[in-house]
Ligand binder design. Structure first.
Ligand code: HEC
Length: 125
């Protein structure tokens, strides 16, 4: 009986600790999401135009993974350490880039064909 109680206590502790850790990770992600603009200014701006420009010109979704259009980099892996981004920042940045890329793809899907042709001609210039 005592042994059963001990097992129950250990299990309860393990569950509490892991959910607390998960919640802390979520909170950290929320905090990073909230300051993604400042993060870009501090760590990326000297070499890149912005998240939107990156997503539009350099990145593509392939089977729901964000990859370099020309480099074939897996962006989530590539971002970890790139531009001094931490693993958590890399995750938040990749999420933002995926959201922008999806929105761009949706825009293109619904764009009337004529306008799309005009835009493509303009983008090539
Ligand atoms: C010192 C300049 C520099 C800084 C700072 C920098 N980058 Fe880059 N970035 C590059 C270069 C150069 C490449 C192309 C590298 C390659 O293809 O191997 C690149 C590639 C990338 C790619 C992948 C593009 C592809 O086609 O694979 C992403 C996404 C990206 N950077 C985002 C960021 C973000 C977000 C930050 C800020 C946290 C950042 N970069 C900071 C220079 C920089």
């Amino acid at each position: 009986m005592i042994r059963l109680t001990m097992i129950a206590v250990v299990l309860a502790l393990a569950v509490t600790t892991s959910t607390t850790a998960l919640r802390a990770a979520d909170r950290q992600q929320d905090q990073i999401q909230a300051r993604l603009h400042d993060l870009f200014q501090a760590k990326c701006r000297m070499c890149h135009e912005g998240y939107r420009a990156l997503a539009k010109l350099e990145l593509i979704l392939r089977a729901n993974r964000l990859v370099g259009r020309y480099s074939d980099h897996d962006v989530l892996e590539f971002m970890d350490g790139h531009g001094h981004a931490t693993a958590e920042e890399a995750k938040a940045i990749t999420k933002r880039l995926i959201r922008i890329r999806k929105a761009l793809d949706r825009e293109q899907d619904t764009e009337p064909a004529q306008r799309q042709m005009r835009r493509q001609r303009r983008d090539r210039q």
